[in-house]
Design a protein around this ligand. Structure first.
Ligand code: PEP
Ligand code: MN
Length: 297
């Protein structure tokens, strides 16, 4: 087997030994395999995390939970504390914060789905941990090391999204902060990087699918992909989800909304329940090519 001694342009053998020894793959067969509430990560199942961008209200999150579960999703996503790009708020465009966390709890009770939601401030960790199964560190906080350390100390599994300007080296450094706290349940999530020119002016990010095999050469941690944030454009979500599964992603995060065009946040990117159900079946077929699966069929 060909050994790539210096995988990636910015990661050296010394980095692997000295900068992120815990995140580096210990040998060619060591992969991180762990279970979150009975759902295994890093194995032959590709867990799917689906839900709205924002937990807008109780009805929306419960209805979404029921429908994504019916389609085979493993986790319900949704932000109650959100890094919104501008400080101005309308009634619709307001984070639901403590209320939103409570509604996620109701959706969890109704469906049994595990929850993944973002934490932005250390002071809300206890509250969020009462409900969530996975703490999401958003792209904007990937280098907020005190937040990552505090989140890791809760012992909840963490998903660290890659900042849109971060190298693989930076991303693994963030994971190392979490591993250093003794928390081994760390998932990395690629969600699109900024490039000078993408296909259209409104396309904010480019999905860096190459980072999936690149990261796997170095780290044993499971690598998730979020094609919704990466493409920012509904028609591209399904093709890039299939490509992500083909590229070897260990988990996929998707924005799903009962009425996508009226999503309070980023209405161009969520898909509806029917599209999600179809996509789950297609992703499962692609997963089979790699000897993996998404659905129980
Ligand atoms: C999100 O998943 O809701 C989100 C804000 O994503 P990102 O941090 O990748 O922008
Ligand atoms: Mn199958």
């Amino acid at each position: 087997m060909i050994q790539n001694k210096a995988p990636g342009k910015d990661v050296s053998i010394e980095d692997m030994a000295e900068k992120f020894p815990l995140a580096s793959k210990k040998n060619n067969t060591h992969f991180s395999n762990f279970d979150v509430g009975g759902i295994p990560f890093g194995g032959s199942l590709i867990p799917i995390m689906a839900g709205p961008n924002m937990v807008e209200n109780e009805r929306l999150i419960v209805e979404t939970a029921i429908n994504v579960k019916k389609a085979g999703a493993h986790f319900l996503r949704g932000g109650a504390f959100k890094p919104l790009s501008f400080p101005y708020r309308s009634d619709k465009y307001t984070e639901t914060r403590e209320e939103g966390i409570r509604w996620l709890g109701i959706a969890k009770k109704e469906t049994g789905l595990g929850i993944i939601t973002e934490v932005m401030e250390e002071k809300y960790l206890d509250l969020i941990c009462e409900v969530t199964d996975i703490l999401q560190i958003g792209a904007r906080n990937m280098q907020n090391y005190p937040l990552i350390s505090a989140a890791a100390k809760t012992k909840k599994p963490l998903m660290i999204k890659r900042h849109f300007g971060a190298s693989l080296r930076d991303w693994l450094g963030a994971a190392e902060y979490a591993l250093y706290e003794g928390n081994e349940k760390i998932i990395l999530c690629e969600r699109g990087v900024t490039v000078p020119h993408t296909h259209r002016d409104s396309s904010r990010f480019l999905l860096d699918l190459q980072v999936v095999p690149a990261a796997k050469e170095i780290t044993h941690l499971p690598i998730a992909v979020d094609p919704s944030h990466a493409t920012f454009w509904r028609p591209w979500v399904a093709p890039m989800s299939l490509a992500s599964v083909a590229a070897g992603a260990d988990s996929i995060m998707l924005e799903v909304h009962p009425d996508p065009e009226n999503s309070a946040v980023d209405p161009l990117q969520p898909i509806d329940f029917d599209s999600f159900t179809k996509l789950m079946r297609s992703m499962d077929k692609v997963a089979h090519i790699n000897g993996k699966h998404i659905l129980n069929v």
